[in-house]
Design a protein around this ligand. Structure first.
Ligand SMILES: Cc1cc2nc3c(=O)[nH]c(=O)nc-3n(C[C@H](O)[C@H](O)[C@H](O)COP(=O)(O)O)c2cc1C
Length: 179
């Protein structure tokens, strides 16, 4: 049994990211322990680049917010899932704040070996995901992580547009088949 941490970037309840993520999680929970972290429900400020965490012996961040609990949730995860709507060709700002705060040597204590990407966008052109994919591939390469798989769903704009989409079954299977 693996520990899977899911970072959900959408603030829209019942939105396309959430439905796609729920399908993935349903599959993953059949064999693994899943923790869901909703970026819009936590208070995490953007990194201010002071690098105080690099000189602190315990790598504490000087900003006292919910990131402290997120570091502990991510620390034990074997796999991390990035789930996001496309916002201006990138991940949502709430999710980006969490990602930027991983510019902290505490990440060297993380066990994570594998990453997954789930993303949705209104644009019907699949190139809408290109910049997120470049970020994802760069992170895999830099941290020597394994690509668990990615599901990107273009053409879903309004809440629930993804209902009935084949991607939901694909996400379920991806979660279910995590090794
Ligand atoms: C601030 C904002 C920026 C967006 N930027 C893009 C974009 O650059 N390209 C795109 O195709 N869709 C964009 N969208 C649309 C969302 O990606 C789309 O509606 C998605 O289904 C929302 O997912 P959710 O239901 O999980 O919130 C944007 C939406 C918002 C609110």
């Amino acid at each position: 049994m693996k520990k899977i941490a899911v970072l959900i970037g959408s603030a829209r309840k019942g939105g396309n990211t959430e439905l796609l993520t729920n399908a993935f999680v349903k599959g993953a929970q059949e064999h693994h322990e899943v923790t869901m972290i909703f970026a819009a429900k936590v208070k995490v400020n953007g990194c201010i680049g002071c690098n105080a965490c690099y000189s602190d012996e315990k790598h504490r961040c000087i900003q006292k917010d919910d990131m402290e609990q997120i570091y502990s949730q991510l620390k034990d995860a074997d796999a991390i899932v990035i789930a996001t709507p496309v916002y201006f060709y990138n991940v949502s700002s709430q999710l980006k704040c969490i990602i930027d705060r991983l510019h902290n040597p505490i990440r060297d204590e993380f066990k994570v070996k594998q990453l997954f990407l789930l993303a949705v966008a209104a644009d019907t052109n699949p190139t809408v995901f290109d910049s997120i994919k470049v970020m994802y591939q760069s992170v895999l390469h830099y941290f020597h992580l394994k690509d668990g798989g990615m599901i990107t769903v273009p053409g879903v704009k309004d809440r629930g547009d993804i209902v009935g989409h084949k991607a939901l079954e694909d996400a379920y299977q991806l979660g279910k088949n995590i090794e």
